[in-house]
Design a binder for this molecule. Structure first.
Ligand code: ADP
Ligand code: MG
Length: 437
């Protein structure tokens, strides 16, 4: 972290500033978002506090996407490090606790058919929060830019009016905060934190489903803010009335303002997004290649970006120029196309699973019962049942002539293991992705 931070300083400040103040600073530890930095003299301390700390916070945020605050200590002071005046460190509002990603702005958002309404509504809200659409609800499938737009609203408001109190949370962090507050008897503080904001952004409200206590609390938060004319922005992967186990009173409130959906980008938009990303990364990619990638990946923007990065990595790895052949090699198996998936035979699954675990397909199909093979074999059976339409007996046959009950057993086993073991869950997820699900 420190070396990255120093690099930022190096490119942003003069050479003397760098050598006098930055190079003499020594990072000591990073704990609870607090970066302790040792400085050689009180003069250094003052200088850092007045001139460099905000930059430091900004860089640290850029690098880690977390709020990290510096604590400066003098060389011989480490033991008595509890100096009060560090706490006074003045933070600009936008660094405080908004959790906004500075890269998600309107400038970096490409407008197209599927998102233009959402974009327009977001823009209106960011220009005049609390006035027109309250709450604003953006909904749509994964990776289509809901979170991006939500941050863009926040970033724009902060830019226009730096004093605005903005809070961005996912519904999960809201839930966790709430639970922690109850456990530690800090519900009052929790309420203050959430109800004294001017703009509250809550991402992925579908995860409120089934959490009655949290919904109750959020209901009151919502009412308080709404009555005070504070802006509320929500995102969800579907309409609130389609979220089962979301209380009716929330469903109806969420519909008070404006709900806009975001749908998958069309080809032109996908090309434009790729172009923007390539430019942003200073990558030179010929237009026909961008067209080609955009034609291959039509599901969501996250995957589109992932595809481009993958192509980039492949080109670097192979040290060749980006060509169509390279692209199709890089994207092989990444294509999430259902019809292809059904064709994606059990053999393909066996191949990919073997590859993933660095085994041979023959191991997967064989009879060896060492753990290093049994689990991958069961994962392959699980995926075959889950991702294809092939019948159980036929799946068994593809696995070297095993009985269909073995396949069922494997399926159940992996289902159980995924709940208990992170690694297995991650492997299944990753493999599903590779197989285009
Ligand atoms: P969601 O919250 O809907 O799942 P995100 O907002 O996280 O999706 O978007 C996924 C990725 O795609 C992010 O990196 C985001 O910046 C990018 N993205 C999505 N839509 C656009 C767009 N229209 N223009 C540029 N980038 C986009
Ligand atoms: Mg999101």
């Amino acid at each position: 972290l420190w070396s990255k931070i120093s690099d930022y300083f190096k490119s942003d400040v003069s050479r003397t500033t760098y050598s006098t103040w930055v190079e003499t600073a020594v990072p000591i530890k990073l704990e609870n978002n607090e970066l302790t930095i040792e400085l050689p003299s009180p003069l250094h301390k003052d200088y850092w506090k007045d001139k460099l700390s905000e930059q430091l916070i900004e860089y640290a945020y850029k690098i880690t996407k977390k709020d990290i605050f510096p604590k400066f200590v003098l060389k011989n002071e480490l033991s008595s490090a509890n100096n009060e005046d560090e706490k006074e460190l003045k933070l600009p509002t936008f660094m405080k606790d908004t959790h906004l990603n500075p890269e998600y702005t309107f400038d970096t958002f490409v407008i197209g058919k599927g998102n233009q309404m959402a974009h327009a509504a977001a823009l209106v809200v960011s220009e005049d929060p609390g006035k027109m659409y309250n709450p604003l609800l953006l909904y749509g499938g994964v990776g289509l830019g809901k979170t991006h737009l939500m941050h863009a609203i926040g970033n724009k408001i902060v830019k226009n009016k730096p004093d605005t109190q903005i809070k961005y949370v996912t519904s999960e962090s809201f839930t966790n905060d709430f639970i922690n507050a109850i456990q530690s008897n800090h519900t009052e503080r929790f309420r203050q934190e959430y109800r004294n904001v001017d703009v509250l952004l809550v991402d992925d409200i579908q995860f409120f489903a089934d959490k009655d206590g949290t919904q109750e609390e959020f209901f009151h938060t919502f009412n308080d803010l709404y009555e005070d004319g504070k802006q509320i922005v929500l995102t969800s992967d579907r309409l609130p009335n389609e979220i089962s186990k979301l209380q009716d009173r929330l469903v109806s409130r969420f519909a008070w303002g404006l709900s806009v959906d975001i749908t998958a980008p069309d080809l032109e938009t996908r090309i434009a997004i790729l172009k923007a990303k390539a430019d942003n990364d200073n990558m030179e990619v010929p237009v026909d290649i961008l067209n080609y990638i955009a034609g291959q990946i039509d599901s969501n923007v996250r995957e589109l970006e992932g595809a481009l990065s993958r192509v980039q990595a492949f080109a670097k790895f192979k040290q060749t120029k980006i060509s169509k052949d390279l692209v199709s090699e890089a994207l092989h198996g990444l294509n999430n196309n259902i019809s292809k998936l059904n064709k994606s035979s059990v053999d393909e699954i066996i191949y990919q699973v073997a590859n993933y675990f660095e085994l041979e397909p023959e191991d997967i199909k064989g009879k060896k019962r060492t753990k290093a093979i049994v689990i991958p074999r069961q994962i392959a059976m699980y995926l075959s049942r889950k991702l294809t339409n092939v019948s159980l007996p036929k799946i068994g046959i593809s696995f070297g002539g095993k009985d269909h009950t073995t396949v069922i057993h494997a399926y159940d086993k992996i289902n159980v293991l995924m709940k208990k073991e992170k690694d297995i869950k991650a492997a299944v997820k990753e493999l599903s992705k590779i197989l285009g699900e």
